[in-house]
Design a protein around this ligand. Sequence first.
Ligand SMILES: [Zn+2]
Length: 328
Amino acid sequence: MRYLVFLLSLIIALSAKAEKPHVVATASMIMDMAKNIGKEHVQVSCIVPIGGDPHIYKPTPKDAKLVVNANLIFKNALTFEGWLDELIENSGTKAAVVTVTKGVNTIKSETYNSPDPHAWMDVKNGIIYAENIKNALVTLVPAQKQAFEDNFAAYKKELEALDAYIVESVNSIPAEKRILVTSHDAFQYYGKRYGLQLESVQGISTDGDIQTKDVLHLQEVIKASKVPVVFVETTVNPKVLQQIAKDTGTSIGGKLLSDSLGDEKTGGDTYIKMLRHNTDLVVEGLKSEKVEAPSIEEENTATNYIFTGVIAFLFLAGIAFMFAKNKQ
Ligand SMILES: [Zn+2]
């Protein structure tokens, strides 16, 4: 019996030692960055699942469990995860909460009078995220400082290469065609860094109502600039933008990854691949020529012609009939 107790305590002691610190990220892009820097020294999880929308996410009891067992929580902040404070408070977690956007030069949304959360779309900001993550991991596991520094240095090089790739790719689009139309306003940082004009159906969050004036404005822009393609997003309902595309005779250029990574099937399942995926889609789409599809007005006009033609034919046939009858 005494041996059994000893054996059990040994197993518990060993498994406790093998247990890695738990790091929880709110969104999948942040999770991926933390994995790249923490590597085998930490265990990283994410609250909002792949394809989920962090703006309007509703935490589950499973999330409360995740948060309560966490040693460190990474958040984007800038109004991105409005539900997080309540989740943290209700769970009673002792985890340190670190804002990964600390030090980022934020863009302010005039319409909402609040900061735009989508800072990761500019890779220069992505490097700031990664550095904040590295510093927090060093504080959490000081014994692995060197490993985290090395991982960060290697990752930073990859991010710098990604930034150069996007600059070069976007520069290959003719200047007058650099207009990016999306479902929600998630690409202001991207547009500012890489030189694209941004237009969207909805503002910087997806929880607001769609305004008729914004839809009309978008239709004007698409028609006036002959925008060949517009882009839906994996995390946003595409219905309104699909209708606008139909009404303006433009096409859908594909699905952009805005507020979540993609999955293995669709691609873009890391932060680096996500931005590459978006860039390749945007560049290919905006370089294409606008395919002139008949607009709804033109279709209506065609129907009117046929209708008028039929009436005129019946009218003439009637006159001919009367004429023939009178002659008899
Ligand atoms: Zn968003």
